[in-house]
Design a protein around this ligand. Structure first.
Ligand SMILES: [Zn+2]
Ligand SMILES: [Zn+2]
Length: 103
Protein backbone atom coordinates (compact mmCIF):
# COMPACT_ATOMS: atom_id res chain seq x y z
CA UNK A 1 0.00 0.00 0.00
CA UNK A 2 1.54 3.36 -0.99
CA UNK A 3 1.46 6.52 1.06
CA UNK A 4 -2.04 7.98 0.85
CA UNK A 5 -0.69 11.46 0.25
CA UNK A 6 2.41 11.31 -1.95
CA UNK A 7 2.04 7.77 -3.26
CA UNK A 8 5.52 6.70 -2.18
CA UNK A 9 6.00 3.00 -1.71
CA UNK A 10 6.89 1.74 1.69
CA UNK A 11 10.37 0.31 1.86
CA UNK A 12 11.36 -2.17 4.47
CA UNK A 13 13.60 -0.60 7.08
CA UNK A 14 17.02 -2.14 7.36
CA UNK A 15 16.29 -2.73 10.99
CA UNK A 16 13.84 -1.68 13.61
CA UNK A 17 10.27 -0.68 13.21
CA UNK A 18 9.10 1.03 10.06
CA UNK A 19 8.71 4.77 10.49
CA UNK A 20 5.56 4.55 8.40
CA UNK A 21 2.37 4.79 10.30
CA UNK A 22 -1.11 3.60 9.68
CA UNK A 23 -4.01 5.92 9.87
CA UNK A 24 -7.58 6.15 8.79
CA UNK A 25 -8.80 8.51 6.13
CA UNK A 26 -12.39 8.61 4.96
CA UNK A 27 -12.76 5.54 7.13
CA UNK A 28 -10.29 3.63 5.04
CA UNK A 29 -7.05 2.32 6.44
CA UNK A 30 -4.13 4.19 4.87
CA UNK A 31 -0.38 4.21 5.19
CA UNK A 32 1.47 7.43 5.81
CA UNK A 33 5.14 7.91 5.04
CA UNK A 34 7.27 9.74 7.62
CA UNK A 35 7.37 12.93 5.53
CA UNK A 36 3.65 13.12 5.01
CA UNK A 37 2.95 12.26 8.59
CA UNK A 38 4.61 15.52 9.53
CA UNK A 39 2.84 17.62 6.96
CA UNK A 40 -0.42 15.84 6.24
CA UNK A 41 -1.44 14.47 9.58
CA UNK A 42 -4.39 16.86 9.53
CA UNK A 43 -5.76 14.98 6.53
CA UNK A 44 -6.26 11.88 8.60
CA UNK A 45 -9.38 11.05 10.52
CA UNK A 46 -9.05 11.72 14.21
CA UNK A 47 -10.55 10.06 17.22
CA UNK A 48 -13.64 11.93 18.31
CA UNK A 49 -12.79 11.17 21.92
CA UNK A 50 -9.11 12.01 22.24
CA UNK A 51 -8.23 13.56 18.88
CA UNK A 52 -5.53 11.01 18.14
CA UNK A 53 -4.82 9.98 14.56
CA UNK A 54 -3.73 6.53 15.74
CA UNK A 55 -6.84 4.88 14.40
CA UNK A 56 -7.34 1.52 12.84
CA UNK A 57 -10.20 0.65 10.59
CA UNK A 58 -11.56 -2.86 10.63
CA UNK A 59 -14.76 -4.61 9.76
CA UNK A 60 -17.43 -2.03 10.29
CA UNK A 61 -15.67 -0.02 12.94
CA UNK A 62 -12.89 2.41 13.60
CA UNK A 63 -10.88 1.87 16.76
CA UNK A 64 -8.62 4.38 18.45
CA UNK A 65 -5.35 2.85 19.52
CA UNK A 66 -4.74 5.71 21.92
CA UNK A 67 -7.84 5.62 24.07
CA UNK A 68 -9.49 2.45 22.81
CA UNK A 69 -12.76 4.04 21.81
CA UNK A 70 -14.58 2.30 19.00
CA UNK A 71 -17.10 3.84 16.66
CA UNK A 72 -18.95 2.28 13.79
CA UNK A 73 -17.35 2.98 10.43
CA UNK A 74 -19.46 5.02 8.06
CA UNK A 75 -21.87 5.34 10.94
CA UNK A 76 -21.82 9.11 11.09
CA UNK A 77 -24.18 9.52 8.17
CA UNK A 78 -26.43 6.74 9.32
CA UNK A 79 -26.48 8.08 12.86
CA UNK A 80 -27.29 11.56 11.67
CA UNK A 81 -30.02 10.20 9.46
CA UNK A 82 -31.49 8.14 12.26
CA UNK A 83 -31.21 10.93 14.78
CA UNK A 84 -32.52 13.66 12.51
CA UNK A 85 -36.06 12.35 12.05
CA UNK A 86 -36.53 12.08 15.81
CA UNK A 87 -35.11 15.52 16.26
CA UNK A 88 -37.33 16.88 13.51
CA UNK A 89 -40.35 15.26 15.13
CA UNK A 90 -39.46 16.84 18.44
CA UNK A 91 -39.02 20.23 16.85
CA UNK A 92 -42.28 19.80 15.00
CA UNK A 93 -44.08 18.81 18.19
CA UNK A 94 -42.60 21.77 20.03
CA UNK A 95 -43.60 24.08 17.20
CA UNK A 96 -47.09 22.63 17.20
CA UNK A 97 -47.36 23.23 20.94
CA UNK A 98 -46.19 26.80 20.54
CA UNK A 99 -48.47 27.43 17.58
CA UNK A 100 -51.46 26.01 19.37
CA UNK A 101 -50.97 28.56 22.12
CA UNK A 102 -51.21 31.36 19.59
CA UNK A 103 -54.88 32.42 19.20
ZN1 LIG B 1 3.95 10.41 1.69
ZN1 LIG C 1 -9.00 8.15 21.08
Amino acid sequence: MPCFSCGARQTDPIRGASPWTRGVRDETLVLVCPDCRRTHEADLDTCSTCGSVALICRLGEVECRSCGSVRPARGDGRLAASYAPGLADEVEAALARVLRRVP
